[in-house]
Design a protein around this ligand. Structure first.
Ligand code: ZN
Length: 308
């Protein structure tokens, strides 16, 4: 069962205990003993002495092939089910040195360690293993930068709403103007046709004037569509940003306390990428609008917050 990787050493220890296998003192066989047992080449007929292997005279218990398979699983070369699980931070970190993805391995069956995949084959960061608990601490610390004084958030929110009300007025004026201009063009076009039909202008002049009017109509129709689009969006955007601001206040605390699954949700919400170098997260990049909070000091002045 060991070479499939489906059973942890603890599971094997439990199973052997159930089957009646005891240590000399009648206790459960330790996980470390299971590991030792599985890595001992004695069972495939090899004698190990002074770090060298010799073919032994005893009857092998398992084939060399099965033994080799066991070693692959033990050393993590073969992918076991336990190792294919998604690590909490996988997908959120890249290597600061070579830009490759960061992958993780379980050590002692519960401690996740992250390192560069060295996909380009030129990176020394593959040998730097970063402890997951440590990385969570670093991320939490970085998330505290997203804290902005709640009072400031409310002030900025109200200011943005006022600003929106004003721009709404101006964009409404622009929209009315554009619609009026389009109507005027239609009137000019019908007059031009009348004049031409009456024989008061020649064909060349008629055609050039007609093209002029048509081009202007196309431009205005496009502009009207743009202004209509602009008029519907901003309030929703401001409300969204406001709720994110509020969320930003507690993001670090929530992250610190969250279960792995929730941690991943929070990271996908706020983080675009982070970089790992020498076991440390050296750079964290946030998604919008969190990126703005990260750049803004906690007791930012009014103008600092309003600037975009
Ligand atoms: Zn790398």
């Amino acid at each position: 069962m060991a070479p499939t990787g489906l059973y942890s050493h603890k599971a094997i220890a439990d199973l052997l205990f159930e089957q009646g296998l005891r240590s000399p003192r009648g206790k459960k066989i330790y996980k470390s003993a299971i590991h030792k047992l599985l890595s001992n080449p004695f069972y495939c007929g090899i004698m190990r002495s002074n770090g060298k292997d010799y073919q032994g005279n005893h009857e092998p218990l398992v084939s060399t092939e099965l033994f080799a398979k066991c070693q692959d699983v033990l050393s993590g070369k073969a992918r076991s089910r336990r190792q294919t699980r998604d690590f909490t931070l996988s997908g959120f970190i890249t290597c600061a040195k070579c830009g490759c993805a960061i992958t993780a391995e379980l050590k002692k069956e519960k401690y996740a360690y992250y390192h560069c995949t060295n996909g380009k084959g030129v990176c020394d960061q593959r040998s730097f293993n970063a402890n997951e608990t440590n990385l969570h601490k670093q991320i939490t610390l970085d998330l505290t930068k997203l804290r902005i004084s709640p009072r400031m958030i409310d002030i900025v929110y109200k200011a943005k709403l006022e600003e929106l009300a004003q721009t709404k007025d101006t964009s409404n004026t622009a929209l009315t103007d554009a619609r009026t201009a389009l109507k005027t063009l239609a009137t000019r076009k019908s007059r031009l046709v009348d004049t031409y039909t009456a024989g008061d202008i020649d064909t060349d002049l008629y055609r050039s004037k007609l093209t002029e009017i048509d081009n202007e109509s196309v431009r205005l129709t496009k502009r009207i569509a743009e202004l209509e689009q602009e008029a519907t969006d901003p309030l929703a955007t401001i409300e969204l940003v406001y709720s994110k601001f509020k969320q930003g206040i507690s993001l670090a605390d929530e992250y610190e306390a969250a279960e792995p699954e929730r941690k991943r949700e929070l990271l996908s919400e706020a983080l675009s990428n982070s970089m790992l170098l020498n076991r440390n997260i050296v750079e964290v990049r946030y998604k919008s609008p969190y990126a703005v909070f990260a750049r803004t000091p906690f007791n930012a002045s009014f103008s600092e917050l309003l600037g975009d």
